[in-house]
Design a protein. Sequence first.
Length: 102
Amino acid sequence: TVMPSVTVGRLIYDLSAREPRIDGTAIVLPRRELAILDALVRRAGRVVMREHLEAQVYGFGDEISSNALEAHISRLRKRLADARAGVVLHGVRGVGYLLRAA
């Protein structure tokens, strides 16, 4: 069965359209932040390995600085907080990231 959307906190994420909404309002995210959110929301409540996120976000051969992913996560975290998404984006040191309801 195909899950049309995933709900985490107040965030509703349409899997096929790759569109996050809060209270019916679409949240517009830059491409890389959307790719991170997509990977995290599909595994909400579970840790997503840092390598998996980097593979989702950066193309083959992209030069990735050591803190590029953290910078994208930080901006995504702020956007979700500003939108009152009701989610927490946890960093798990040395492992990856976890998205869950606040």
